[in-house]
Design a protein. Structure first.
Length: 398
């Protein structure tokens, strides 16, 4: 791989030091970091995504970010490029124009610490054949090409403009992994079998095509989450000879979701056509807000989305909507520490299922997400706690 010479920037040197000290950048990936400059892959106009810009967990809507233009403020532009944060590079699937933020961020340069933790999870050796699902800016493909050889890397993105821009930047860097436009969830059988598949967008389920295109003993790493909340976790699966796969979740993350797997926020009036009599609950709103219990509920109660909020009079409330039928549930807590009033309607008793998952999590000792794992078989995806032999109650689905 021929690298383009770039003037070493103090900010980039500091970023490398911080990544090494945090453990995100391991020594075996340090040469790739030195050779592949993130800034080379960033557009002139970009939107740094600061933590304060994130929407509330479980709520619809998008973040906002301030545009930075390399032509008018190169100091700020390189300053953000060399920080450990994600940067929005596309809004609204490319339909957005101008410097103002669009409605929905749809492509980005991921936070460097997350990028290198994902790469470390692959446990790569030189010469391994890799599918990079979700080309984005092309930086990850460049890092993989440096490590494995460009001839062993295929990168695929659903957006033709994104794929073409990334390909041009990779070529300018002096490397040429195979760049394909297509549905990354379908993989790319033409260059399979792969030793590794790395997905750099959030998924709600693992593609069967990926399992079919990975050799036995190969590894899939992907940010996996559910419709219940925005929270994902890095999932590392090992594929077995019989086509099944199993592995653990590690770090909690938040990634842009596959276009075909985005949560379509329900229209409230399509669900709530009558108001049932209330029942009661002892579960408090604070219990539902814990990130680990959110992740647990998402695994145990599939096909459900929710939001937590405070009403105008200060009452804490939660709404739950089924994405498979028109079942819904609402809970209101008039007193901060008092019982809640539950309203639910439809064949799926959503609050009953959510409350059962929450209580199970409490009884299990409030396990963190890195104690959970997932097994994939022809019958579906089965989440488990600590061991595949300990599945979550009632949480297997197709």
């Amino acid at each position: 791989m021929t690298t383009t010479a770039h003037q070493e920037r103090p900010g980039r040197t500091e970023l490398g030091r911080c990544l090494m000290e945090s453990g995100a950048l391991t020594s075996d990936w340090a040469p790739a970091f030195a050779a592949v400059d993130r800034a080379h892959f960033l557009p002139r106009l970009m939107w740094p995504f600061l933590p304060a810009d994130r929407p509330p967990s479980g709520a619809p809507g998008t973040a906002s970010a301030q545009a930075v233009d390399r032509n008018t403020d190169p100091v700020a532009w390189y300053g953000y490029a060399d920080r450990d944060l994600s940067i929005v590079t596309q809004w609204d699937d490319g339909a957005h124009q101008g410097a103002a933020p669009g409605t929905m961020a749809t492509s980005s340069s991921s936070q460097p610490s997350l990028v290198y933790r994902l790469l470390a999870s692959l446990d790569l050796d030189a010469g391994m054949r890799v599918l990079d699902a979700g080309t984005g800016t092309g930086e990850t493909a460049g890092l993989l090409a440096h490590r494995c050889g460009a001839e062993n890397v295929t990168t695929i993105d659903v957006d033709p403009t994104v794929a073409k821009t990334a390909s041009d930047r990779l070529t300018a860097l002096g490397t040429a992994p195979r760049t394909v436009t297509g549905d990354a969830l379908a993989g790319h059988p033409g260059t399979s079998p792969y030793d590794r598949i790395l997905c750099t967008f959030g998924v709600r389920s693992i593609s069967r095509a990926w399992l079919e295109q990975v050799r036995p003993g190969g590894v899939i790493v992907a940010p996996y989450g559910t419709h219940y909340s925005n929270r994902d976790a890095i999932l590392r699966l090992t594929v077995a000879a019989d086509g099944t796969a199993s592995g653990r979740f590690t770090t909690g993350v938040e990634f842009m979701k596959a276009r075909s797997q985005r949560t379509r926020w329900p229209a409230h009036t399509d669900y709530v056509t009558s108001w049932p009599a209330p029942t009661g609950t002892a579960v408090q709103p604070g219990q539902l807000a814990d990130p680990d219990v959110e992740f647990t509920i998402g695994l145990a109660v599939p096909g459900v989305t929710h939001t937590l909020f405070v009403e105008a009079d200060g009452t804490r409330a939660a709404w739950f909507y089924s994405l498979t039928d028109r079942s819904w549930a609402a809970v209101r807590w008039p007193q901060p520490d008092g019982p809640g009033a539950v309203y639910q309607h439809g064949p799926r008793r959503l609050w009953d299922a959510v409350e059962a998952a929450c209580l199970w999590w409490e009884e299990a000792g409030r396990p963190a997400l890195n104690r959970f794992g997932l097994t994939i078989t022809p019958s579906g995806e089965a989440p488990w706690l600590d061991d595949p032999g300990n599945p979550l109650p009632g949480a297997t689905w197709r």
